[in-house]
Design a protein around this ligand. Structure first.
Ligand code: ADP
Ligand code: MG
Length: 454
């Protein structure tokens, strides 16, 4: 504690009083004016001043001891100026303690917010020593939050690209690297701060990379699908412009051009259908679609489109209604039926049925006696542009998007698509819809017994 200044009021006043009190009897004695009452009063004043001074000194001593030793708890209860100083000291201390407490709480909240960040955060010193890290950083780099503190990051994460990136810190480039476990992709940024320290920020971008790759694949597939018919079309346009074609050749060229244009149109229609389904809000549970009329429409379209002499059987047992979007449900049913017709050789059989289930749900099923699908293809059939036999699909006007559309529609309606198939025997595509989306047909009204009046 710093020395007390000489003119501090608590010590100056008793000292001054003592001096005055001592001076009075001395003055009396020197002047020989020794009236007994005055003398007694003077002695009493001296005594009182001395007592006051001694009391103040003792209090100050207690206060000094408290301040020098602990400053813990309350200040000692003292009279006079020392008591006042003690109380003020205690107040100041409490205030500072509360402030420190609030600051510590703020810091703890800040740290727990950083700890909860999905991004990884690592603080490293000039020697790459880890000073602090959050759980996400520990997870990204395979570090132990307690054990690895203080250790050099470059000894723990040794990927050369990462080590080089740390050394060249300060740039604004992100480093994309696999995590040490090899099951994720990380984006890493390094920023210098506080002179020699560096901040390492990491982010798991596995999902972003996956969707980027999917988008690139999708664009490449669409471009490829459009380029083939376009090349054929341009070729024929050039031939017709440059060569004198006979009427028969012209006829043939126009037929091919029509076919290629149709192919592009079907593709665009399917792409738009897919985009629309993906962007549309969830189908309402309030709008009910009559299954019987849906199945009748399906049968009409099947008959109109089937030119391969298949045996087609369409059955609907129980009827009822489905809640959802009619155009989407019809599109899903039609895609399955048209696949069966297109892939089943002439003379084969295609059965299309709707059946209410015991659990209250419903099942739409398309079974065919076509070529069947090998087991390894089945899980991938609903991927966009995935085809088992690309040339067969194209030759029959397929776009490779049909089952992707079906899967989306079914998922949006809370159902599932089940595919079973056996090579050489045929395939079954089933759409199961949950009970909450299915309503059985109302029971038929009993005819009134003969002879009774309504
Ligand atoms: N009933 C079926 N029988 C045999 N193969 C089928 C059947 N339905 C679909 N497939 C296979 O699944 C692939 C994907 O079907 P889909 O997504 O509808 O595209 P596509 O436009 O080619 O029909 C088809 O190319 C075909 O190889
Ligand atoms: Mg199809």
């Amino acid at each position: 504690m710093p020395d007390r200044p000489a003119n501090d009021p608590p010590r100056l006043l008793p000292g001054f009083l003592l001096l005055v009190a001592a001076a009075v009897p001395v003055a009396y004695a020197l002047e020989g004016n020794s009236h007994p009452v005055s003398l007694a009063l003077a002695v009493l004043a001296t005594f009182l001043a001395t007592a006051l001074w001694l009391g103040e000194r003792r209090a100050m001593k207690v206060l000094l001891t408290w301040s020098a030793e602990s400053l813990e708890g309350s200040a000692p209860v003292l009279a006079g100026a020392a008591g006042e100083v003690g109380a003020r000291l205690e107040r100041a201390l409490r205030q500072r303690e509360m402030q420190r407490h609030a600051e510590a709480e703020q810091l703890a909240q800040f740290l727990s917010a950083i700890e909860a960040l999905p991004s990884g955060l690592l603080l490293i010193d000039a020697d790459d020593g880890i000073q602090w890290l959050n759980p996400a950083a520990a997870d990204h780099f395979g570090l132990d939050m307690a054990r690895d503190l203080g250790h050099a990051l470059t000894n723990l994460v040794r990927a050369p690209s990462f080590v080089m990136h740390l050394q060249a810190s300060g740039g604004h480039n992100e480093l994309v690297m696999p995590n040490p476990r090899g099951d994720a992709t990380l984006s890493v940024l390094v920023r210098p701060y506080g002179g020699t320290m560096r901040l390492v920020l990491s982010q798991d971008i596995t999902e972003r990379e996956r969707t980027d790759a999917m988008r690139r694949d999708f664009v490449a597939n669409v471009s490829h699908e459009i380029r083939s018919p376009l090349t054929v079309l341009v070729g024929f346009v050039d031939s017709m412009a440059q060569l004198p074609l006979s009427a028969a050749e012209r006829e043939r060229a126009l037929a091919v051009m029509r076919q290629q244009a149709d192919r592009m149109q079907t593709l665009v229609t399917d792409l738009l259908a897919l985009a629309q389904i993906e962007g549309a809000p969830r189908p309402s549970a309030e709008h009910w679609v009559d299954v019987e009329s849906l199945m009748r429409r399906l049968q009409t379209d099947i008959v109109a489109s089937d030119d391969s002499q298949h045996t087609v059987v369409v059955t609907s047992s129980g009827g009822g209604s489905l809640s959802g979007i009619e155009s989407e449900l019809f599109s899903a049913f039609w895609n399955l039926a048209s696949n069966a017709l297109r892939y089943t050789p002439a003379g084969g059989e295609v059965r299309v049925s709707w059946l209410l289930q015991l659990d209250g749900g419903g099942e739409f099923c398309v079974c065919d006696t076509g070529p069947g699908i090998a087991r390894e293809h089945i899980p991938r059939l609903t991927e966009r542009f995935y085809r088992v036999d690309t040339s067969r699909s194209r030759a029959t006007g397929g776009t490779g998007l049909g089952l992707a559309i079906v899967k989306h529609v079914v998922q949006r309606h809370g159902g599932e698509l089940l595919i079973t198939s056996e090579v050489g025997k045929g395939s079954q595509f089933r759409i199961r819809l949950p009970a909450r989306r299915v309503r059985p047909a109302p029971a038929p009204v009993q005819p009134a017994p003969a002879g009774t009046r309504p």
